[in-house]
Design a protein around this ligand. Structure first.
Ligand code: COA
Length: 458
């Protein structure tokens, strides 16, 4: 049947409105019942801590320490395969190398690579950096949208059809699929953006082939920019962002999704696509876009960026759902585990100051710093606190990407380019330690009722 162009398929018709109200009326559960049945909402206990649902060796997040037998919040720490991320960063920065490929090796294989192992690994990734024939023309260029995460998912699901061993769950095969995905994510993301830029925004089309020998960060900048040029500092700061987003424990929403979906025995492409769907949410990886949009809105309302009273008023307006997207959130603040500080934000902050100076964006950086200082005080004043809140990684990654002139549409895909490394390590870990299919319980709280024949219903 041909599509009827006179129909607006996005329209909320009166019928849908009425049915929507029926959903609300018949699917709203009394909040008191969650307390009555001691439900761990959001898989958290009553203190807001995540309930234990699995074991992992891939990474560790530390946000508390013991002082005189008491658990107290401390500066956050992140360990990849037992090694402090801040030490990893110091290591490759001192040696003036890029770090993302080394970190990906560490996450996947559980050890730091030797010179030869790192060389072999990067060559393997490079070998996988070629998309199937006509994939760009037939898949990426077709039906481009402003949402690169959806396009990325479409690409991932389509790759299934090109894989002769798509359903093979042996570790070698899954590793091969994961490495291909890690290698291809930068190109699939950037080319999806180029297609959108050309076909939707009406700008020139650039499809630059990958150049051998480039790090993942360099490849992103090289394929994205029309002149293929970037500075060493730009590539290093982007590499740093990739390193810091690569992994964050088994409980973060997209990685837990990976565990849940993998436990059902599904294929790698379906599992990665499910994680992508989770990551794009504004409470997860989509937060970095929201941070930049929130600051754009703040700049319209706070004329003097040094006026702390005006900044504080705007932050309160956000929490009162009176500003920006009226969601009641200060984006880039708070984290489910960290309280005093997020180590990824701390590290990124150091490099961002140099980039801000190179890009003459010091005043904007100062505004971010003021919000970083004021927001935790305002949130603590307005919300029930289980622990402190502080700037999270998305707070500064949004600023980094805007200083690198990356388009907003690529912010979350860049998170995905990095996090697919962590998802891969967790998929392999879930398969190796395969237990039962993940299947928590939901208690029914509706009394049972009789079936009424259609003709007798009112
Ligand atoms: C990440 C996030 C979902 C964690 O929420 P959480 O696990 O409930 O965190 P906490 O236990 O510390 O929150 C305590 C209270 O402060 C609120 N809070 C935390 N961060 C907040 C924020 N940035 N803006 C407004 N309120 C916030 C929470 O909603 C909660 O209040 P509630 O119990 O009335 O719902 C939350 O901080 C958030 O939505 N942040 C903004 C989005 C963001 O930057 N996400 C990226 C995360 S890396």
């Amino acid at each position: 049947m041909p599509i009827d162009k006179s129909i607006n398929y996005s329209e909320i018709t009166p019928e849908i409105k009425e049915l929507g109200q029926l959903c609300i009326d018949n699917s709203s559960i009394d909040p008191a019942l969650y307390t009555k049945y001691q439900v761990n909402r959001g898989l958290r206990d009553l203190n807001g801590n995540g309930v234990l649902t699995g074991l992992t060796e891939v990474s560790d997040i530390v946000a508390t320490k013991m002082v005189d037998g008491q658990k107290v919040p401390c500066d956050g720490k992140l360990y990849y395969r037992g090694i402090d991320v801040e030490d990893i960063v110091k290591g490759f920065v001192t040696e003036q190398r890029f770090g993302f490929e080394e970190v990906t090796y560490l996450l996947l294989f559980g050890k730091l690579p030797t010179v030869d192992e790192l060389d072999m690994f990067t060559k393997q990734l490079e070998r996988y950096r070629s998309l199937p024939t006509n994939f760009v023309r037939d898949i990426i260029m077709k039906a481009p949208t402003a949402d690169m995460m959806n396009t990325l998912s479409r690409c991932v699901l389509t790759l299934y059809g090109y894989d002769k061993a798509a359903n093979d769950l042996s570790i070698d095969n899954v590793l091969r699929q994961c490495m291909q995905m890690i290698a291809l994510f930068p190109m699939m993301s950037v080319y999806s953006y180029q297609a959108y830029r050309h076909y939707v925004l009406g700008k020139s089309l650039y499809i630059h082939n990958p150049k051998p020998g480039l790090s993942t960060a360099e490849l992103i900048l090289y394929t994205l920019r029309s002149n293929r040029r970037y500075t060493k500092l730009e590539a290093s700061v982007l590499d740093m962002a990739l390193v810091l987003h690569a992994e964050h424990g088994g409980g973060n929403n997209s990685t837990f999704t990976m565990h849940v979906v993998t436990s059902s025995g599904t294929d790698t492409y379906s599992a990665v696509s499910a994680s992508l769907g989770s990551l794009k949410g504004p409470k997860h990886g989509g937060a970095n876009i929201k941070v930049v949009q929130m600051f754009d809105d703040m700049k319209k309302h706070v004329k003097d960026w040094t006026d702390e009273a005006a900044i504080e008023k705007y932050l309160r307006d956000l929490l009162h759902k009176e500003a920006f997207d009226k969601a009641g959130l200060i984006y880039g603040m708070g984290h489910a585990v960290y309280s005093i500080s997020d180590p990824r934000a701390r590290v990124l902050n150091i490099f961002i100051q140099r980039l801000a100076a190179e890009k003459h964006r010091d005043k904007e950086y100062a505004l971010y710093a003021a919000v970083e200082r004021l927001a935790p005080l305002v949130i603590a004043d307005e919300r029930k606190m289980y622990k402190g809140v502080s700037a999270n990684v998305d707070f500064y990654s949004g600023l980094v990407y805007s200083m690198l002139d990356l388009p907003l549409e690529l912010y979350t895909p860049i998170f995905a380019i990095s996090r697919v490394a962590g998802w891969s390590a967790h998929r392999i870990e879930e398969l190796i330690n395969a237990g039962k299919i993940i299947r928590p319980a939901y208690k029914n709280v509706l009394p049972h009722d009789d079936y009424v024949p259609l003709k007798d219903r009112k």
